[in-house]
Design a protein around this ligand. Structure first.
Ligand code: NAD
Length: 540
């Protein structure tokens, strides 16, 4: 066995490919998009190293061209779910006893493969299956996932080297960073390929085993990710891939006595449902399951009278409408002082009138379709609310003819407590409230109290007292707080991501804080020369 105090390669954020016209990168991605749409692939369950076709199938279609079928996915049955849990528990012994550097190497290899030959494939499947532009796919499926793997390897090494500071003479105190007993249930959302694949991987790197239930609407890229991990050398059973309806897989996994943790990203409602189930079953687990969940958001941009309107306008457009507003961090409530509004409004509307929307294979489109019919109907209902109770100043239309298209929409409300200012819409609909310049303090209170969420938020101001006041009063209103920048686009290693209140447990994915949740340290005290007598001096 190799012995040494091994060091992981120092991580650096993966550079973003710009896909400029006439570049090799752009041509290569186009070829991959073309190749992907030539075949309808089959997506199996992958359990204990075996691909299983259950025959309970669903079609995976392109959101921006819903007549195009990309894949047929086989959904897990309760029996397969039980097999996946058994497979994970069987794989656990060998996997957790593999030296940490060998486990970590699997994920570093996955990062290298993704940075190289797999990049186009994961980008293309993310674009086609989740309606992301090439840029949105690249920052998610390629860069962020590579960063998750590389930075987590580095953080794991750092954690292992954290040892008790004091070992008095004759004693050696040590911390043994054990993975959790049992299996991790990773339940993942549709909107980020990187998050979906990272959620089972982060605990697995530390020696845990996982059952992974991706979202059905992200299966096309999720299956590519699973195959990439297999090519990187992930042993059978360490991560078991279970396409499935939430409850079919969830009801079995979440109540299983060997559940050691839930690693969740998705909506607040689903997370609360799963947490409640764990609570209801708390007497039946072998150990207390760790619960980590990153959930919804109603993210704000707060402009002060000293804000730079030229920076604010693009921040609103990018923050609210990139990826059709389907980012948990998307700016969806915007507070603007009356003295800036007319200038800002004309700049924002100028930009919005230039935004092209359509099929993601046309690289000139800035936005595309929302994920599926369910989202389309939900957003259409919000557009009805906007038309009937607010002022729609741009957009406001929905079109389902070829894809699930909701037009980027800007709405103005008179009431800062309007439901469009408080509810997560998760679509390309942003709402503006214009406040009187002398109501700055009141508007900060409104930002803090209008929504149950606390994920991301931004203040735009040049005046330092205003920055300080907003930062202080909104300290608990966002887990990721931005000054003069849009509230989206957190980078692994630079801005650890997560929020509080109804937005989640704030365990900061891609940071040591998250990894610590999947470890159960054992303290070892070794006495080199234990006392041979029982009595103390005070007894004399
Ligand atoms: P969702 O809650 O509908 O689904 C998330 C996952 O939960 C899916 O895999 C789904 O199949 C599964 N699920 C649903 N019911 C289940 C059950 N009973 N048992 C087990 N699994 C079940 O969320 P979504 O629509 O995929 O994602 C959008 C949501 O995710 C938004 O609310 C967004 O804000 C949030 N999100 C948050 C973050 C963050 O970091 N805070 C990041 C991305 C997305």
């Amino acid at each position: 066995m190799a012995t040494g105090i091994f060091k992981t390669p120092p991580p650096k954020n993966e550079a973003i490919t710009p896909f400029s016209p006439n570049t090799d990168a752009r041509l290569s991605l186009r070829r991959e998009l073309e190749a992907c749409t030539q075949d309808v692939i089959e997506i199996p369950c992958y359990v204990n190293g075996q691909a299983i076709r259950t025959g309970r199938t669903v079609e995976i279609r392109m959101p921006s061209d819903h007549q195009t079928v990309l894949a047929i996915a086989h959904l897990a049955t309760p029996e397969i779910t039980n097999q996946a849990i058994e497979g994970a528990l069987k794989a656990k012994h060998d996997w957790e006893n593999l030296p940490w550097q060998e486990r970590t190497a699997v994920f570093l290899r996955a990062a290298a493969l993704l940075a190289g030959p797999w990049r186009d494939r994961l980008n293309a499947t993310t674009m086609l299956g989740q309606a992301k532009t090439c840029h949105q796919a690249e920052i998610d499926a390629a860069c962020e996932l590579i960063d998750f793997w590389r930075f987590n390897a580095h953080y794991y090494e750092q954690i292992l080297s954290e040892q008790p500071p004091v070992s008095p003479t004759g004693i050696w105190n040590r911390l043994d960073y054990r993975p959790l007993e049992g299996f991790i249930f990773a339940v993942t959302p549709f909107n980020f390929t990187s998050i979906a694949i990272n959620l089972p991987c982060a605990p697995a790197m530390l020696g845990n085993v996982a059952v992974w239930k991706p979202s059905i609407t992200q299966l096309y890229s999720a299956w590519e990710g699973m195959q990439l991990l297999i090519e990187a050398g992930l042993p059978p059973g360490v991560i078991n891939f279970l396409p499935g309806q939430g409850a079919d897989v969830g009801d079995i996994a979440i109540t299983h006595p060997d559940l050691s943790g839930l690693h969740f990203t998705g909506s607040t409602g689903t997370f609360q449902h799963l947490w409640k189930k764990i609570g209801d079953n708390i007497g039946s687990y072998r150990s207390y399951p760790r619960i980590v969940g990153e959930t919804g958001g109603k993210d704000f941009i707060l402009a002060h009278t000293s804000a730079d309107v030229n920076a604010l306008a693009p921040a609103i457009v990018r923050g609210a409408f990139e990826y059709q507003g389907q980012k948990c961090s998307a700016a969806s409530r915007i507070y603007v002082p009356r003295s800036l509004w007319s200038n800002l409004k004309s700049k924002v509307l100028d930009i919005m009138s230039e935004l092209k929307q359509g099929d993601i294979r046309d690289f000139s489109n800035f936005t595309s379709a929302v994920i599926d019919e369910r989202a389309f109907i939900k957003h259409s209902d919000y557009l009805d609310i906007a038309h009937s109770s607010a002022n729609v100043i741009h957009g406001g239309n929905a079109d389902r003819t070829t894809g699930w298209f909701i037009e980027p929409t800007l709405v103005q409300v008179d009431d800062p407590k309007h439901r469009l200012m408080g509810e997560e819409i998760f679509g390309p609909i942003a709402t503006v409230f214009v406040y009187d310049d002398n109501q700055w303090s009141e508007v900060i209170d409104s930002v803090n109290t209008t929504s149950p969420y606390a994920l991301t938020g931004a203040i735009f101001a040049n005046e330092r007292y205003a920055v300080q006041e907003a930062s202080q009063k909104l300290r608990n209103a966002a887990g990721n707080f931005y000054v003069n920048d849009k509230p989206t686009g957190a980078v692994v290693g630079q801005q650890p991501f997560g929020g509080g209140r109804a937005s989640g447990t704030n365990d900061k994915a891609g940071a040591p804080l998250n990894l610590l949740r999947w470890l159960s340290p054992r303290t070892i005290k070794e006495n080199f020369n234990p006392p041979k007598h029982w009595d103390y001096p005070f007894l004399k």
